[in-house]
Design a protein around this ligand. Structure first.
Ligand code: GUN
Length: 289
C-alpha cells in the first residue's frame, strides 16, 4: 500500500506546536515574534501566497506586518524599505516575495536582507552556512520536503536521493539537507543525460523542476519515496484550471512506497517552516538558544 505523505496534516500539527511556543515567547519578552512580508507588484500567485503567509502568521499568534510596493517601483525604493525593516528592532523576520518585477535585481535585494532576519534562508551567508553544515536559517520548502521524506522513513541514511532541479531556492538546499541526513545525493537537471534512467536508481526522488506532470512511471524505482515540490496550474478543456505537481501522481503513486500529493503535500509545509524560522530568528535575536 502506498503511503500518502499528508503535508496539510503535518503542517497543522506544527502550527499547533508553534502556537504554544509563540505564546511562551510573548510571555517572556512582552511581545510576540514579528514577521514582515514585502510584496512588489501584481503577480496573482504571489498575492495568494502572501495572503496565506499573513493569515497563518497571525493564527499562530505572531505579529504580521505587510508592505506592498507598486509594480513600477525602483530597486532603490525596495532597498530603502529592506534597510528600514533591517534596522527596526521590533521586526524579527523579513521576506521579500519572489518573483520581482524585471527592473529589480533579485540578488541585490536578497543580499541586502540582514542574515539574522532572513527567514527565507536565501542570503549568501545562510546558503553558505547550510553548505558547510553550520547552524543558520534554512530555506522553508527544502525543510518541508525533508520533513515529509522523514515521515515516510525517519532514518534516510544510505538512501540514494536524486533531486531533479538545481535552483538556489529548492534543488541545491534540499540536496544539502539530504547530504546532512547521510543520503548519497545526485542533483539532476534539464541537461542530465538519461534522466529517467538515473531517476530509476533513486530510493528517494525529489522533483523540483517546475514542469507539470514531468515525472512519469518510467522515472520510478518500485518502492521509492517520491517528494513533489512542483505547484503548476494547468488549463482544462472545460475552461477551468487545476493545480498539479511536477509528478504525474496517478501514474507514479501505485509504484511508490510513499508520495506527496499536490495540493496538500510540500506546499503547506513551506509556510509552517516559515513560521518556525520566524520564531527561531526571534529567539536567536533575543539571545535564546
Ligand atoms: N516565491 C515562491 N516561493 C517563494 C519563497 O519560498 N519565498 C519567497 N520570498 N518568494 C517565493
Amino acid at each position: 500500500m502506498t503511503t500518502l505523505l499528508d503535508g496539510k496534516a503535518l503542517a497543522a500539527t506544527m502550527r499547533a506546536d508553534l502556537a504554544g511556543k509563540v505564546a511562551a515567547f510573548a510571555a517572556a519578552h512582552g511581545r510576540p515574534p514579528a514577521l514582515a512580508v514585502v510584496l512588489v507588484g501584481d503577480d496573482p500567485a504571489s498575492h495568494v501566497y502572501v495572503a496565506s503567509k499573513v493569515k497563518q502568521t497571525a493564527e499562530v499568534g505572531m505579529r504580521s506586518v505587510e508592505h506592498r510596493l507598486d509594480a513600477g517601483c525602483t530597486e532603490a525604493d525596495l532597498l530603502a524599505l529592506v534597510d528600514a525593516l533591517n534596522a527596526d528592532p521590533a521586526i524579527d523576520g523579513l521576506l521579500v516575495q519572489l518573483p520581482l518585477p524585471a527592473q529589480i535585481d533579485a540578488a541585490s535585494v536578497l543580499n541586502r536582507i540582514d542574515p539574522a532576519k532572513d527567514v527565507d534562508g536565501f542570503h549568501p551567508v545562510n546558503a553558505g552556512k547550510l553548505a558547510i553544515g553550520e547552524p543558520g536559517l534554512v530555506p522553508c520548502t527544502p525543510l518541508g520536503a525533508l520533513a515529509l521524506a522523514r515521515l515516510a522513513r525517519p532514518d534516510l541514511a544510505g538512501l540514494h536521493a536524486v533531486v531533479i532541479g538545481r535552483s538556489n531556492i529548492v534543488g541545491k538546499p534540499v540536496a544539502q539537507l539530504l547530504l546532512q541526513e547521510n543520503c548519497t545525493v545526485t542533483i539532476a537537471h534539464s541537461r542530465t543525460s538519461d534522466l529517467a534512467g538515473l531517476c530509476r536508481t533513486a530510493d528517494l526522488l525529489v522533483a523540483a523542476i517546475g514542469r507539470p506532470l514531468f515525472v512519469t512511471a518510467d522515472f520510478i524505482k518500485p518502492g521509492a519515496i517520491v517528494i513533489d515540490v512542483g505547484i503548476n496550474r494547468i488549463a482544462l478543456a472545460d475552461g477551468k484550471s487545476r493545480l498539479v505537481g511536477d509528478v504525474d501522481f496517478a501514474a507514479v503513486a501505485p509504484l511508490a512506497d510513499a508520495i506527496t500529493p499536490v495540493p496538500g503535500g510540500v506546499g503547506p509545509m513551506t509556510i509552517a517552516f516559515l513560521l518556525s524560522n520566524t520564531l527561531r530568528a526571534a529567539s536567536l535575536r533575543l539571545g535564546e538558544p
